[in-house]
Design a protein around this ligand. Structure first.
Ligand SMILES: [Zn+2]
Ligand SMILES: [Zn+2]
Length: 186
């Protein structure tokens, strides 16, 4: 993972700082300073927003969070360099998470992880469609190419392909063939 720059300069490079600044309102300075990292290893996620542990136990339930709780935004390096329009979209998507968290706190505005109504409102303000995740055909192909056989069904010999090994200490059954046991491959 490589440090890339502060959010403001990265966003300016793609011509999208203005809508971010506007949506961030009183938190614009904090948002401007969020460190952006590029990761070579992200193959499934195009980007994500990491948070610091909030200070004090009840911080999240007392309305807007006054301290900076956004640690950094990580973007997939290949995606950033190869797919200009989509990766700019990803930057705006992650910036929306950061803005939503600063304005309304984490875990507020609903339901379903972090893509609830408040996040969607911010996403629209920065000018993106409030989709849960942005799609990248190139990243999907890359993710597929990294898959390996992690399990084999002893009943029908079906191979389970994933990027990561199956977690240890658990048994899995293959529902598609009526419940053959899956033997994990290491
Ligand atoms: Zn998201
Ligand atoms: Zn099977």
């Amino acid at each position: 993972m490589q440090y890339f720059g502060k959010l403001r300069s990265v966003a300016e490079g793609r011509g999208v700082w203005e809508p971010i600044e506007k949506a961030a309102g009183e938190y614009a300075d904090e948002v401007a300073r969020i460190p952006i990292y590029l990761s070579d290893r992200s193959s499934r996620r195009l980007g994500h927003c990491q948070y610091k542990k909030p200070v004090g136990r009840h911080t999240l339930h007392r309305g807007p969070v006054k301290t900076l709780v956004v640690k950094r935004i990580v973007l997939a390096s290949r995606h950033w360099h190869r797919e200009l329009k989509l990766s700019t979209n990803t930057l705006l998507h992650e910036a929306s998470h950061a803005i939503k968290t600063l304005l309304y706190g984490k875990g507020k505005g609903g339901y379903h992880g972090s893509h609830g109504t408040l996040w969607r409102k911010v996403a629209r303000e920065v000018g993106i469609k409030p989709d849960r995740c942005s799609e990248s055909p190139e990243m999907r192909v890359l993710a597929q190419s990294r898959q390996k056989v992690v399990g084999i069904c002893i009943k029908c010999s079906h191979q389970i392909r994933r990027q990561r090994a199956l977690p240890r200490g658990r048994t899995f059954t293959h529902n598609a063939c009526g419940g053959g046991q899956i033997v994990a491959q290491r």
